[in-house]
Design a protein around this ligand. Structure first.
Ligand code: PLP
Length: 393
């Protein structure tokens, strides 16, 4: 007998990369063209305008062929100089990873420490900045949506904390798992550099990332001394597309044009946010129900910060999340996200962002419940009914 191969589509419930809509896949499947071809430049320009609308900014935007890490690194090297201090607002694995990158780049890292189940308090950000009388801190880095812990941080409250401390630091916000899924308002919230990626709410392949950059950040860029070349915004401004130091990845833009059409025209950006909220509420209803009988529970302990794009679920003591994920994947072909860093084996994650609807969420939740039963993980059966009730409301 050959090995049994699962039939039907895989249910891909990772919090990024995410499902790519068929029309987006097809839009990218085009023969390549010269990136200076006027027909392509028209598509490119429309995409940049669309991305700015999704970021809710009218300011500069710079793009890179590279995943989110590239845009993380680009905004640090374009804004800062060796030995500058950055203040990291702790939220989980991704705030920690950005901090490690900053340290490797020769920056001094200060952290507003926090319990990963709650995330940092804006008042502690204000206190750290008020204590920095010499203004050694040049940038405050916050992850808008911490993908590892399923927590959304209030970027506008971090802005208010910087202002209340009367501190001139730039505000850098990672929108990698929020953009195109949760409301993000770069200009209104006073964000100086935003970091976005292609493979989550924008529903594209992995491999393109970007920074939105404020006028204040462009001024800071002029005096920054960290080494840079591919990422150098000044080099980019000298290029015909005012971005991309090398070859422009044209197929990404054909795909992006279609994903922007789906987001803005077919559904509407605010309706996209509402759909994410609705689906997230259903996931949370299921998990809260399962938590009976000493079952798994929501990792995030602050309801005001529950993420509408990803839910991290803490396993009961003595049960390994990766064993449960293996049952879901190998027996039922449902791919769930794993716990990251110290949460490995303790947490699994359901991504509910991008091209997703009610039956996909209910299918995933039913299969998680099935996998828990098969794997002998304690839980209160009936989480799916709770999700159905949340969706019907
Ligand atoms: N920041 C956040 C919030 C993320 O979720 C991720 C990836 O999942 C990253 C940064 C890193 O991005 P990438 O994996 O695309 O390099």
């Amino acid at each position: 007998q050959p090995a049994r191969k699962p039939r039907g589509r895989q249910f891909f419930a990772n919090p990024g990369p995410t499902n790519i809509p068929d029309s987006v896949l097809l839009a990218g499947a085009r023969q390549t063209v010269d990136f200076n071809d006027p027909n392509f430049v028209e598509v490119y320009t429309a995409c940049i305008d669309g991305l700015k609308r999704v970021l809710k900014t009218t300011q500069n935007i710079f793009l890179y062929t590279g995943s989110g890490h590239a845009a993380w690194e680009a905004c640090l090297v374009n804004l800062l100089s060796p030995g500058d201090a950055v203040l990291i607002v702790e939220s989980g694995y991704f705030s920690e990873s950005w901090a490690k990158m900053a340290k490797d780049l020769g920056l001094e890292v200060q952290t507003v420490a926090a319990d990963w189940r709650r995330g940092a308090d804006p008042a502690a950000v204000q206190a750290a900045l008020a204590a920095d009388r010499t203004h050694a801190i040049k940038a405050v880095c916050v992850v808008h949506n911490e993908t590892a812990t399923g927590m959304t941080l209030p970027v506008q409250e971090i802005r208010a904390a910087i202002d209340a401390a009367g501190h001139p630091a730039l505000l850098l916000a990672d929108t990698i798992s929020s953009l195109g899924s949760l409301d993000f308002r770069m200009d209104e919230w006073g964000v100086d550099a935003s970091v976005g990626g292609s493979q989550k709410g924008l529903m594209l392949h992995t491999g393109m990332s970007f920074n939105g950059v404020s006028a204040k950040a462009m001024e800071a860029h002029k005096t920054s001394r960290l080494p840079k070349h591919y990422f150098n915004w000044t080099n980019m401004l000298a290029r015909p597309h005012k971005s991309f130091v090398g070859t422009v990845p044209v197929s990404f833009f054909y795909a992006l044009q279609e994903s922007l059409r789906l987001i803005e025209q077919e559904e509407g950006l605010e309706n996209v946010f509402a759909r994410h909220h609705r689906l997230a509420q259903a996931v949370r209803a299921a998990v809260q129900h399962w938590s009976g009988n000493n079952g798994p529970q929501l990792f995030c302990l602050n309801p005001a910060r529950y993420s509408d794009s990803v839910t991290a679920i803490l396993m009961p003591e003595g049960f390994n999340a990766d064993d449960l994920r293996a049952v879901a994947l190998k027996r039922f072909n449902v791919s769930l996200g794993g716990g990251l860093g110290p949460l490995g084996g303790k947490v699994f994650r359901i991504g509910h962002l991008g091209d997703l609807n009610e039956p996909m969420i209910l299918g995933t939740l039913s299969t998680v419940e099935l996998a828990m039963r098969v794997a002998g993980v304690p839980h209160a059966p009936g989480g799916v009914d709770a999700a159905i009730a949340a969706l019907a409301d």
